[in-house]
Design a protein around this ligand. Structure first.
Ligand SMILES: [Zn+2]
Length: 162
């Protein structure tokens, strides 16, 4: 995505040494995830069933992140606007996920939590968090900040509008 678009402040923080071994799981041939029906073939996960080969059963990285509640992206929405436009914002987040997930099988919502007029979105991939941030800006302006951490494998987005 266009994380280098002009006008966005980005802060790179020293990478944290989280265990990413499960991202590097080796899969020999075609695979199928029973949790979400994604297929692995030629080095990537998608919704496309491989033309050849009998897929082995492997839980995909997105389903593992959801099961472990291990977010690779977070979006925090705050400000009076959030309190007054809750349904619109939830719809925008869910529609953005639908579009992103169709293109990228591993980019999904883990969950949306709400507390004291704030909304916290957790995603399985940084691209979805990025896309939600841009969708919020495009639809509602507001102040947005993108912070990549963990060797740019994790993205924190804050969006604020009063
Ligand atoms: Zn899956």
């Amino acid at each position: 995505m266009d994380k280098h678009r002009q006008g966005h402040r980005e802060t790179l923080i020293q990478p944290q040494h989280h265990d990413r071994d499960k991202e590097r799981q080796r899969i020999a041939g075609p695979a199928h995830c029973p949790g979400c029906d994604a297929y692995f073939d030629a080095g990537r996960w998608s919704w496309q069933r491989p033309a050849a080969g009998q897929p082995e059963t492997v839980t995909c990285p997105a389903c593992r992140r959801i099961a472990d509640n291990d977010a690779a992206g977070n979006v925090a929405l705050s400000g009076g606007f959030v309190r007054n436009h809750r349904e619109e914002l939830l719809n925008l987040i869910r529609n953005t996920e639908d579009a992103e997930r169709r293109e990228h099988a591993l980019e999904r919502l883990i969950g949306i939590s709400e507390e004291e007029g704030k909304m916290m979105v957790a995603t399985t991939g940084p691209h979805l968090a990025n896309r939600i941030g841009h969708a919020l800006e495009a639809a509602y302006d507001g102040a947005v900040k993108y912070t990549y951490t963990d060797n740019e494998t994790h993205l924190d987005v804050t969006w604020q509008r009063d």
